[in-house]
Ligand binder design. Structure first.
Ligand SMILES: Nc1nc2c(ncn2[C@@H]2O[C@H](COP(=O)(O)OP(=O)(O)OP(=O)(O)O)[C@@H](O)[C@H]2O)c(=O)[nH]1
Ligand SMILES: [Mg+2]
Length: 504
């Protein structure tokens, strides 16, 4: 199949609708469409056609000529290179009957067109330089967008916001490479041309830029797939009961048998206009059971990926056990980056004495665990506040170490937990210039680029030769180029576009 053959597909959603659009692209698209189109009963010739104008007429089943009309349609012609794909294109708007749509496709295929593969129109747009790869992917995101934030990000990426950022980044790296290569050209004379201070400066700027982009993935991904909220704790604390209560349906199995939930269960739910992805996890306990062990490993992974962690404790346990379980949860999160909401569940079964001891003991006992966590993650504490390395005042220690009582069986308690979650979320501020990385492929490429650049930085510190540094730099450039498609393999392209729908 040549990339120049003429392809056709239904571009509108599957099923019946008021109207539907058949899209044709390729060198023969106009001549083929004209074979089955009649205006006032007459066949039009290529010379009669003015592009970017809609022609009202009929599609006819022409074997032999002028057989019954299939449908009343509007036909629009786009001339290369001013079309979505950059090729000659035709769009036929017909009535949305499934029979009509299929019949028109059949008529086109009999006359030499081929049914398009998923994403093939966008792939051609990319090959013909109408869009870069990140923009083509934004088309898919735009079509899939379900809320204002997702839509905004996709539009910014489609308009080239992300691609421009990458161009800036690339320019920095190209400047670095050329400085180094200058040095390489003269290496025999043993002269160090490149001013290493300047190199370091550009490198640091590039690293900072990449860091900003990779950091944005957490938010970008949250907007695209829901803000991840992991519900974690020991077995039987009531995690699945809580998930069901939040969703208002019996999604997860609840039982008084420890270790009921084996695998993670994820469901999205919207609170105050933001989508959250609630993740019920396998309860944490010592076990020799293979499947349960795998489940618990998954729990740990989900904790590390979550933005918000609901640490669930069982209020019917002994105070010492509750404190131990709480410390275990604190040790598994990064309190500088993740929000931890600690709840003591089954309050309906708790006696006042237990609550009294907990109120007294909890903060005192868990506080040192928080302190260690903050230090381990590069922050520091004062008496009142915890700070990140950048010196940003993050949390009041009290608010970090407190907890609330609840019963997952009490709808009012569940409601107040929901508003607590909503309060813990920094609503994303997205405007026309916000660039967020939302695509895992882009995130991975940027991460690889960052690793290569860190090698360069280490190399500079270790006074490595210019040719070795240049090698890592080229690697970084390669990874960045792979995002917009400046460097990519056919295999990568096929895998990206195969995830699109047919007709896109
Ligand atoms: N009285 C009372 N019982 C509760 C509450 N929350 C959960 N339960 C009960 O506690 C038991 C365990 O609940 P689950 O939701 O299955 O607990 P889990 O944390 O998902 O347990 P695993 O999946 O085994 O880790 C069930 O019998 C629930 O009905 C609560 O707030 N009050
Ligand atoms: Mg469960």
């Amino acid at each position: 199949m040549s990339k120049y053959d003429t392809i056709c597909a239904i571009a509108t959603a599957a099923g019946a609708g008021a109207i539907s659009i058949i899209r044709i692209s390729g060198a023969d698209s106009i001549s083929t469409a004209l074979l089955i189109f009649r205006k006032d009963g007459k066949k039009l010739e290529m010379n009669d056609i003015e592009p970017y104008k809609a022609y009202y007429g009929e599609i006819i089943d022409t074997v032999p000529d002028d057989k019954p009309m299939v449908d009343d349609v509007l036909m629009t012609v786009f001339k290369a290179p001013h079309s979505y794909t950059g090729e000659d294109c035709v769009e036929i708007s017909c009535h949305g009957s499934q029979f009509v749509q299929q019949k028109i496709l059949e008529l086109l295929c009999v006359r030499g067109c081929r049914l398009a593969q998923p994403g093939e129109f966008s792939k051609r747009a990319f090959i013909n330089g109408k869009l870069d790869l990140a923009q083509a992917e934004a088309v898919a995101d735009l079509i899939a967008s379900q809320n204002a934030a997702e839509h905004r990000i996709a539009v910014n990426q489609l308009k080239g916001g992300f691609s421009n950022e990458l161009r800036d980044l690339r320019a920095k790296l190209v400047e670095l490479t050329s400085l180094l290569e200058l040095e390489l050209d003269f290496s025999e004379e043993d002269v160090e041309f490149a001013d290493r201070t300047k190199l370091n400066e550009i490198l640091n700027a590039a690293l900072k830029h990449i860091g900003k982009l990779t950091d944005s993935f957490r938010m970008g991904n949250a907007i695209k797939n829901g803000i991840p909220v992991a519900i974690v704790g020991e077995t039987n604390t009531g995690k699945s009961t809580l998930l069901n209560a939040i969703l208002g349906e019996d999604r997860a199995i609840v039982s008084d048998i420890e270790g009921t939930t084996r695998d993670t269960i994820e469901e999205t739910f919207t609170i105050d206009g933001l989508t959250y992805r609630f993740i019920d996890t396998a309860g944490i306990r010592e076990t020799s059971e293979t499947i349960e062990k795998i489940g618990i490993e998954r729990t740990f992974k989900k904790i590390s990926e979550a933005d918000i962690v609901i640490g669930m404790l069982d209020g019917t346990k002994k105070v010492s056990e509750i404190v131990k379980a709480a410390k275990d949860i604190v040790n598994r999160v990064n309190v500088l980056k993740q929000k931890l909401i600690m709840v003591i569940n089954k309050s309906d079964l708790m006696d006042a004495g237990n609550m009294f001891t907990l109120n007294d003991d909890f903060e005192a006992s868990v506080k040192s665990t928080f302190e260690k966590n903050i230090e381990k993650n590069g922050g520091y504490m004062t008496d009142e506040y915890c700070y990140s390395i950048t010196g940003m005042d993050l949390y009041n220690i009290r608010s970090l170490t407190t907890f609330s009582y609840m019963s997952a069986k009490d709808p009012e308690d569940v409601e107040s937990l929901k508003s607590n979650i909503s309060r813990h979320t920094d609503a994303p501020k997205i405007d026309g210039n916000t660039v967020l990385v939302t695509n895992i492929r882009h995130f991975e490429a940027l991460t690889h680029a960052r690793e290569s650049l860190e090698q360069v930085k280490k190399g500079l510190d270790d006074k490595l030769s210019a040719d070795l540094l240049a090698q890592d730099l080229r690697q970084a450039l390669y990874h960045i180029g792979s995002i917009t498609g400046e460097v990519t393999t056919g295999e990568v392209l096929s895998s990206i576009f195969s995830r699109f729908c047919i007709g896109k």
